[in-house]
Design a binder for this molecule. Structure first.
Ligand code: NAP
Length: 285
């Protein structure tokens, strides 16, 4: 299969490329070589590469920076995505686009279903939702795969940040937010399900692809330190109020995987299992 991975140098894009390069013809489009906000870049990529599938990982992902740069966030996460959706439809390529749990307001503890109405509270979430809506409008042959709390080889991610802090001072104390709930998710687990989706051209629509189980950043941090063998780090739970950031994150953004199950796709692993495997591979004791 001829697969174009946008944002292929990013954390998820690299994992997908590594998973697929042996069995597919994979191309990567990323900055600085390919600025996908330029219409001529898309035209050139489609005419030269003729992809059958486009996996769209390119995004402005710095959630706090998006608050102060909304025009850039909408240019990349919405406008670029709209142009790509139109190009995919025109060139009869299937579009698999990666989106986020932050499209939801996350005000109540019920895991968000694919059918729930999104209501983002951040510029990042609103720009990603605008991208989703453009895909639904302009490219019927699409999958929107919402992921969350990602970590993968090379980072950057929460796991990398925590372990860098621990390596710098294995006796340190740390306050970590304990009132935001979500599904920590490994890029490898996402890649496995997307691999299965490649063989299922019958599938379209929005799917949630996060690891199973709900936790907070505080519990996530504690588990990271335990698995990596840092037993003397002192982690204290704190509130989002005490740890003010420009973007107001959802309190509850766990995603239910109803469509994944209905489509009989491989189940996502428990977040603890995926994290343990990741830490064993990347930071062997
Ligand atoms: N990371 C998470 O926790 C998380 C959570 C939920 C959803 N997601 C979604 O998952 C997807 C992949 O995330 P990720 O963590 O792998 O992101 P990432 O590491 O930030 O990768 C995104 C890539 O897109 C590139 N890019 C940005 N603007 C571009 C443009 N105009 N033309 C071409 N490439 C461009 C970036 O280049 P530069 O680095 O040079 O800007 C970067 O290499 C994104 O859609 C994101 O919204 C991520």
């Amino acid at each position: 299969m001829r697969i174009l991975i946008t944002g292929g140098k990013g954390m998820l894009g690299r994992t997908l490329f590594n998973h697929w390069q042996a069995n597919h013809t994979c191309f990567v489009a990323d900055l600085p070589e390919h600025d996908l906000t330029r219409p001529e870049t898309l035209e050139q990529l489609f005419s030269e590469l003729q992809p059958e599938v486009v996996v769209h990982c390119a995004a402005m992902t710095q959630v706090d920076l998006c608050e102060s740069q909304p025009e850039r966030a909408f240019l990349i996460n919405a406008k670029l995505t709209e142009s790509l959706a139109k190009a995919c439809h025109q060139h009869q390529a299937r579009l698999i686009a990666i989106s986020t749990d932050y499209v939801f307001a996350g005000a109540d503890p019920t895991p968000q279903r694919e059918t729930f109405r999104p209501s983002p509270r951040t510029v990042y979430g609103a720009s990603k939702l605008a991208g989703e809506e453009a895909i639904r409008q302009y490219c019927p042959n699409h999958i929107i795969a919402r992921v969350a709390w990602l970590y993968g080889s090379g980072g950057p991610s929460f796991v990398h940040t925590m372990l860098a802090l621990a390596a710098a001072d294995p006796l340190r104390s740390l306050d970590v937010v304990n009132d935001q709930h979500g599904n920590p998710t490994s890029t490898t687990a996402v890649a496995k399900v997307l691999t299965a989706m490649l063989t299922r051209p019958d599938l379209t629509g929005t799917f949630h692809l996060t690891c199973e189980g709900v936790t907070t950043w505080y519990e996530f941090a504690q588990t990271i330190f335990r698995l990596a063998g840092y037993t003397a780090i002192n982690v204290t739970p704190c509130t989002s109020e005490a740890f003010k950031r420009p973007a107001k994150r959802p309190k509850w953004s766990a995603l239910s995987k109803d469509k994944l199950k209905a489509a009989k796709l491989p189940a996502m692993p428990a977040w603890q299992e995926a994290l343990a495997q990741f830490i064993r591979q990347e930071w062997p004791l």
